[in-house]
Design a protein around this ligand. Structure first.
Ligand SMILES: [Zn+2]
Length: 219
């Protein structure tokens, strides 16, 4: 195990792995988990009570990737997912809170109708941040993140992050509300203003920020 980790660290060309001698850092060829705190096992809402969700037990992946309490989620409340998302337990309840408290009121106020579907751009994925080689491990690798690229309304109208964000009018105001207010429920919220990687979707996660782990990062 130890030899394999050192070997993959060498293959990945990371000297950071070798300088941290007190513990064996978890390095793969593609990304590093050094300095990234994995999520706690906390889960306060039974996913089955708020979502069309099936337990997957634990999901394991390369390096630090994996989910201890994983769920395959096809809908949250009566909002369908374009493709099932693999999420850790706590993400399901928090996503439900975001949809109920923020997305639906914003849709009612901007369009006078409900959101019925989310286009899911990503959920669990064993990779580094922004898909960059050598980057820190992404919260997606813990099932602790959800990417949403569009919202479908009951009338069939589709509001896309790409285009809609800067379109002005109702679409912009709706998208800016569901993005801005999400910072009250998730701990990381990224959108088109964050960087080029997020020009076409919102990223929401429950990563730990700051010394206390309770900080927020919203852009
Ligand atoms: Zn993401």
């Amino acid at each position: 195990m130890f030899r394999n980790l050192i070997w993959s660290a060498l293959m990945g060309g990371s000297l950071a792995a070798l300088s941290a001698c007190s513990s064996v850092p978890n390095i793969t060829d593609d990304f590093t988990s050094v300095g990234v705190r994995p999520p706690s096992d906390q889960c306060t809402v039974d996913p089955k009570s708020v979502a069309d969700a099936v337990s997957l037990g634990s999901v394991s992946g390369k390096g630090a990737c994996g989910i201890k309490d994983a769920w395959k989620v096809s809908a949250v409340g009566d909002v369908a997912f374009s493709t099932p998302a693999r999420l850790r337990c706590q993400m399901v309840g928090v996503t439900d809170r975001w949809i109920t408290k923020i997305v639906q009121p914003a849709a009612r106020s901007a369009f006078g109708e409900r959101v019925v579907k989310l286009r899911i751009a990503a959920s669990y994925a064993c990779r580094g941040r922004d898909n960059k080689r050598g980057a820190k491990i992404s919260e997606h690798a813990f099932g602790n993140a959800l990417d949403v690229s569009a919202f479908t309304l009951a009338s069939g109208r589709v509001v896309q992050v790409e285009g809609g964000w800067r379109a002005g009018g109702k679409e912009s105001s709706f998208l800016r509300q569901v993005h801005g207010r999400a910072c009250g429920t998730f701990t990381t919220v990224l959108g088109p203003e964050a960087n080029a990687a997020h020009r076409n979707h919102f990223h929401f996660d429950l990563g730990k920020h700051g010394r206390s782990g309770k900080g927020k990062y919203c852009r």
